[in-house]
Design a protein around this ligand. Sequence first.
Ligand SMILES: Nc1ncnc2c1ncn2[C@@H]1O[C@H](COP(=O)(O)OP(=O)(O)OP(=O)(O)O)[C@@H](O)[C@H]1O
Ligand SMILES: [Mg+2]
Length: 332
Amino acid sequence: MPKRPEPDRLVGESPAFRLALDAVSKVAPLNKPVLVVGERGTGKELVAARLHYLSSRWEGPFLKLNCAAISDTLIESELFGHEAGSFTGASRTHQGRFERAEGGTLFLDELANTSGLVQEKLLRVIEYGEFERVGGRRTQRADVRVVAATNEDLPALAAKGGFRLDLLDRLAFDVVTLPPLRERPEDIPLLAEYFATNMAKELGREYFPGFAADAAQALQTHHWPGNLRELKNVVERAVYRAEPGEAVEEITLDPFRSPFRPAAEQAPGARPGLALPLDLKAAVQKLEIDVINKALAAAKYNQRRAAAQLGLTYHSLRGYLKKYEAEVRGGD
Ligand SMILES: Nc1ncnc2c1ncn2[C@@H]1O[C@H](COP(=O)(O)OP(=O)(O)OP(=O)(O)O)[C@@H](O)[C@H]1O
Ligand SMILES: [Mg+2]
């Protein structure tokens, strides 16, 4: 008999995360749809995989479709398949995810982005296990468990008419909500260590020497709008930039931060990276740094002239320069 594989490790011991994990273990064995909700980067995909591997379907397929990545017509044929000749370019019969996931689990990522027609077909296949291929007449049967994920507020979307309420009711047999990283600060050191150790291994280093106190502090105090994915990237970058065998001292939260960043990206109104949720303090600091750098460059690094351009006294500009020592090119 094949051995049940260990699901990917889910690191975290905070009460908020434990609560979510308990909900996962409890609902996993049931043959019911599950909705996984959480901000971007909170681990929704890992949780979906865990739901599959802890269920009685673990030997069956675990397939996924990201509904935000493709157009509505394509979603329909990717999910339900199509018959040859059903539309231009459909030269052969195509099996959809529901056919290929038979006996297993289908993970529908970013489900909020589906059209009414797709939602209607989904409701039917979830409720009655029935669907037709695009362009097909024969009704097919599907035995597939659906796990869906979203980072949107589906009840609010449904109330506005942007999502079918009956599908939402059906999917929400149980809802697992993953906490954002800022609500589980106790987990930051555990996760940082975990990501760092994996990265050190990947780089062929014998061990991970740890974070220096300042670096650990920087990780602990950041707001993490991008959650675990952001933490993972920041930690991996820090490990790879550190000398092998030496503790990680330097944490770069924003790899784009540079006095030479192209000005076009900083045009007001078209500022990238202002999507919510964001870290207001960090965003304001970044704006201050960008504007000061710009004024300094325009004044050819004459600080008195730059201060005049910014409506600041020379002394208050000096105060800013001191505060942002690492990020601004001071000039004379
Ligand atoms: N508890 C955890 N322990 C270890 N790694 C984790 C954990 N949760 C998430 N990760 C890692 O963090 C990254 C983001 O996780 P995942 O892709 O599951 O998030 P997501 O919620 O699906 O994000 P998105 O909304 O952007 O699709 C992945 O690399 C994943 O392996
Ligand atoms: Mg995801």
